[in-house]
Design a protein around this ligand. Sequence first.
Ligand code: GDP
Ligand code: IMO
Ligand code: MG
Length: 430
Amino acid sequence: MPSVVLVGAQWGDEGKGKITDYLAEKADVVVRYQGGNNAGHTVVVGDQEFKLHLIPSGILYPGTTCIIGNGVVIDPKVLVKELEYLKSRGIDTGNLRISDRAHLIMPYHIRLDQLEEERKGANKIGTTRKGIGPAYMDKSARVGIRVVDLLDKEEFAQKLKANLDNKNNLLERVYEEKGFDFQEIYDEYLGYAEKIKNLVADTSIIIHDAIVAGKNVLFEGAQGTLLDLDHGTFPFVTSSHPVAGAACIGAGVGPTDISKVIGVVKAYTTRVGEGPFPTELKDEMGDLIRNIGHEFGTTTGRPRRCGWLDCVILRYAARVSGLDSIAITKLDVLDNIEKIKICVGYKYNGTELKDFPSSLKVLAQCQPVYEELDGWMEDTSQARKFEDLSINAQKYINRISEIIGVKTAIIAVGPKREQTIVLEKIFENR
Ligand code: GDP
Ligand code: IMO
Ligand code: MG
């Protein structure tokens, strides 16, 4: 039975939530392994829409164990709210487990994220302002507070005091802001501890046991390849590793435990936040795609920047995550476009670049080299088999796979579960 890593191949919002939910019907365990509530994964079941930020998208199936792994940064306030939200919508969250090693997002992380963005002004990253970067900074600096600490009152008090000494100093002296009150945070956070303590576990053991027992395990990536701290468009990235390799570190399993990697690819490209975007469409076509695709952030509500599909990015994502196959989503959004472009390379300084550059200065000057394909001008949202798609839609899919050298396993033609075409099964019957 496979353990499958599912990653975003672009700048996030590829439809990872929808594909995870689809596959989760056959998954025994679904694991989030990085990021935090900067993620916004939308899942549509029947006429109900669920927006998840921290809890894996497998939670909508009662029999699936869902895990928030050690690599995730957890804002317990958001977690408790999300648990309540799901309960209020009739979803049982008893199968959720939270890693005792995951780091916590504290109120000062959120404030510092906001203050840094304001300080940077025009050079801002365009973060979600949820405290993600500062929380990962504290983890790297070895001063972060973990879930296991939160469950130990003395340990928590001592770590919170030490952190507040430092953070209040920074807030007051550098940013000329008011610091945070120890007692307020302490009481608030112990309240969250009470609500989540029964869900806390050494989750690496649960995942390992499931793999050993031959169960289906699905690792649900957040963000996307180009937001990766190492492989993305640095510094316009997030502070974690959305690439497939991070599933091992963020869940506590070894590389030999992973049997397949699927890249989720939106049929066009979007990006939220700042940074270069070679195939961006700043014209009516971009507006059209944004409106038809409802490209507005799940987490921040910001309009997403839209552009043509970029296969330079996809080839790069295929390499750095070792993609076995791709799931192409939102094909239906392109249904009424007469001529569709695919970027197959970049022109830079008179030469053609085949590979994604590391320098943002170079990337910002890259001109996309396009191939133009005829649109299909037909409703694809009812298609359930590859053969149901018109020839031009099939050609679009086949051309993407051909250019990037990775087969297509799944095609999504709408947000609902049933609006999914399977070309190659990932799990048994799925
Ligand atoms: P994620 O962050 O990768 O999970 O993606 P988001 O949930 O932020 O954004 C994807 C959006 O597209 C969500 O609103 C989904 O419900 C929706 N969606 C997913 N797949 C499809 C599809 O094939 N067609 C259409 N029209 N919408 C889709
Ligand atoms: P999902 O999982 C799209 C972007 C932010 C910003 C950069 C850094 O829904 O695909 P951060 O708050 O992480 O420090 O912001 O990363 N970003 C996302 N963009 N989808 C996401 O998640 C994102 N999570 C972060 O917009 O540009
Ligand atoms: Mg999203």
